[in-house]
Write a protein that binds this ligand. Sequence first.
Ligand code: ITT
Length: 193
Amino acid sequence: MRELVFATNNQHKTVEVRQLLEGQYKILNLGDIGCITDIPETGHTFAENAALKTSYVHLNYQMDCFADDSGLEVEALNNQPGIYSARYAGTGGDMANLQLVLKNMEGQANRKACFRTVVSLVQNNENYLFEGVINGTLREESAGVKGFGYDPIFQPDGYAITFAEMSMQEKNEISHRAQAMNKLIAFLKSLQV
Ligand code: ITT
């Protein structure tokens, strides 16, 4: 089976993308190629940060690869945490980040939010970008234990449950990351790669 390098240290993302591409591609993440660097994400947009991850791998390992940068954008918080989603509450991790969003949203009637992913692909020295967005609303309290990050407070439009109450398969049918990855795969197929 053809291998694809996914420039991520996030095990949850790796598991989701492996499930998405099951039977089509074998996914190797940064650990699998022996890269233990925490690649600096100094860009100002998802696209810049995703491209920083792929260029790091391309430069240091001479491998074609893809990466995603993603996050939660909350309308009432001026689209924050956005690119700062992984470090919104400093170094406290997923739970601290989620709690800070809930706190900053206390008493807020506008609960609109979206998850956004931008995937960067480096293929034959060219960089390609693919985007996925899912709109939804923020719950006032966490619900569900599946998934990761902000999943327990995000309810996608058209559903009565949060991402953390869905199976990985259900989330992968609609998620921001799945949408961007499906575009990436369609592109690779169009190149017959
Ligand atoms: P890599 O850069 O190594 O891929 P990371 O966790 O730092 O891993 P990002 O910089 O893209 O990844 O940050 C994304 C953060 O946004 C992540 O830590 C979560 O808090 C949140 N996030 C992204 N996708 C999510 C999803 O599908 N469900 C819940 N939270 C998500």
